[in-house]
Design a protein around this ligand. Structure first.
Ligand code: PGA
Length: 252
């Protein structure tokens, strides 16, 4: 049976108080399915508030970033050990906003991935092409370079990939189903050649304007095993509807 992960990337939204209310609305959901995981990734300052609310529920907690070093003189940064003790199971890394706004390189993202795996947390490694790259026909060269570099010398398959075409993030315009199908199939083939016989354990999430109206179709694609959802994850009804789309897609 396919296993899905429906992950909410709250970005720089919510305060501890509003984060508590948001996740409380999600905790009311009836019938979480054991084959569909629900994950929320609030800002660092709201991790403990959210952790208290989801305690003993089936909702998992994740962070949106980390520093690769375990501790030290890195003003403003947060280590994986800190996130682990705060209750996180997942850490998003390599999001396009971090790559473009904060200049993060594939090599730095790879260091983070290794630290996260070493601490037995699960990195969600984001990759994706810009509109310019798609239009110039270099999408798969870009994805290959990002995967080669971000997964360099990583033997474990305890990670998740999120394919997020940069042009679809926060724009309301998701990639077409055929584009998602093509990219996810390509990524699945890449992972199978790098991790023969083990790649089916790696989830490939789609991110970029996933919403209730397109979720079921996207989640029904063979190599889409979940979503990384920004805007729609801040609206409990929408996020729950996307979650329910994954439950329905299980039966497709
Ligand atoms: P979006 O964001 O759903 O608002 O497009 C997705 C993401 O940035 O992870």
């Amino acid at each position: 049976m396919k296993q899905y992960l429906i992950a909410g990337n709250w970005k720089m939204n919510t305060t501890p108080g509003s984060a508590r209310s948001l996740v409380a609305s999600l905790s009311n959901i009836q019938g979480l399915n054991e084959n569909v995981g629900m994950l929320v990734c609030p800002p660092f300052t709201n991790l403990s508030a959210v952790s208290e609310v989801i305690n003993n529920s089936m909702i998992s907690l994740g962070a949106q970033n980390c520093h690769p070093e375990p501790e030290g003189a890195f003003t403003g940064e947060v280590s994986v050990a800190m996130l682990k003790e705060a209750g996180c199971k997942y850490v998003i890394i390599g999001h396009s906003e971090r790559r473009t706004l904060f200049g993060e390189s594939d090599e730095f993202i790879c260091m983070k991935a290794k630290s996260i795996i070493r601490e037995k947390l699960i990195p969600i490694v984001c990759i994706g092409e810009t509109l310019e790259e798609r239009q110039s026909g270099t999408t798969f060269d870009v994805l290959k370079l990002q995967l080669d570099n971000c997964l360099n010398e990583i033997d474990s398959v305890d990670f998740v990939i999120a394919y997020e075409p940069v042009w679809a993030i926060g724009t309301g315009i998701a990639a077409e189903v055929s584009q998602v199908d093509e990219a996810h199939s390509w990524i699945a083939d890449y992972l199978e050649s790098k991790y023969p016989g083990k790649s089916s354990e790696i989830k490939i999430l789609y991110g970029g304007s996933m919403k209730p109206s397109n979720a079921e179709e996207l989640l029904s694609l063979k190599h889409v095993s979940g979503g990384l959802i920004g805007g729609a994850s801040l609206k409990p009804d929408s996020f729950i509807e996307i979650y329910n789309s994954a439950v329905r897609a299980l039966g497709n």
